[in-house]
Design a protein around this ligand. Sequence first.
Ligand code: GUN
Ligand code: ZN
Length: 458
Amino acid sequence: MTTHLSQARRVSLKAFRSAFLDFVDDPFYRPKVDSVRYVADGLLVLENGRVKDFGPYADLQPIYADVLTTAYPDRLIIPGMIDTHIHFPQTEMIAAYGEQLLEWLTKYTFPTEAKFKDKAYAQEIAVFFLDELLKHGTTTALVFATVYPQSAEAFFEEASRRNLRMIAGKVLMDRNAPDFLVDTPETGYEDSKRLIQKWHKNGRLLYAITPRFAVTSSDAQLRLAGKLLAEFPDVYLHTHLSENVNEVKLVAELFPDRKGYLDVYDHAGLVGDKSVFAHGVQLTDAEFARLSAARSAIAFCPTSNLFLGSGLFDLAKAKSVDHPVKVGLGTDVGAGTSFSLLQTTNEAYKVAQLRGQKLSSFQALFLATLGGARALSLEDTIGNFDVGKEADFIVLDPRATPLMARRTPHPTATSLEELADQVFALMMMGDDRTVCATYIMGELAYAQPGKTANKTEP
Ligand code: GUN
Ligand code: ZN
């Protein structure tokens, strides 16, 4: 009897041994001893792709001595990173030279997105894009498709095939764009509704109603988007907001009756607790306060904001005590210049520096993990190693390059102070070379050649 039981356990359980770092609370508001969870020699036990147990190896090993264990010595395991704003159709136009937002859209973005009318092409780019995400350690993303419903279909089909927790949506845009790239309020509404019914909560997938921004949607289209959101209150609202000075001016001209940019969306019923607004670089204090009250989230996209010359996001204001706003990190590829959320934390640190603010390594890594999960209202599902959560995680090599190895002589930190320094170096210097492996629901989904694990048979 005991033999049968333990055999059943052996089949359904698996374990990982390494150093682990995750967050149990927000280090912007709580001291690191209360927000950072670091286990220098830990065991993560999974059952059916979810966390069953997590803690020090010495405590758990006796309980799970019979479970097949994969060991990653000298590595650091963290939760899969979360990209709260990215455009899959812009993958191939990354690094487009010389323009700021509105000209960049006309010159590069719209012609590129036109290609996604062809579903086969959209499929090809979706495959490439998701390979890039996993290779960079991103396991969940909030993703723009294009105006063509088939581009969203292609994305969802590929994400479904890989069992990924992804959120995406067809773009709504009915004006101020080329004829071949616009829908109408009615077709946008109907196509989005069909996609919601097919894909929202289909496996791990979720849907975001996605008006591109106030410039390319008429008031009628925004209102229908609001109607749709009211009909499906647990889907997301994903758009751009107050990114660039000329954009803000144009929105004021297009909507003279509104108090400001955010009010355009608010008036249409689009500002709620499942709303994620990319950028927010030019927000007023009143708009920050409104986002806080509405429990909406901002996707902070530093590589994009620097690349397009949009400005310096005021992270300290967003994370204020008086009007706290949920914040996640976005790469915003193709205006963003890297798929790597490590590189994105690097640039976030520099944006904070230019504003005279400090962004600690733990705060930055929080934004890329549990903070992103909170921004997407997914903190009960992903974002750390709490029991019951979906086991999307990544294995990092803090000494991935010769220079990083010099900077970080000891692979495993022995105190929170040492860890803070190690993680800082990892963020400043790390990228896809730092990601040894990516696991989705406990299954290996990407492994960097030459960076293997040790398997221990019980
Ligand atoms: N605003 C409207 N569309 C876009 C886009 O594709 N990228 C960025 N960065 N901003 C936008
Ligand atoms: Zn964007």
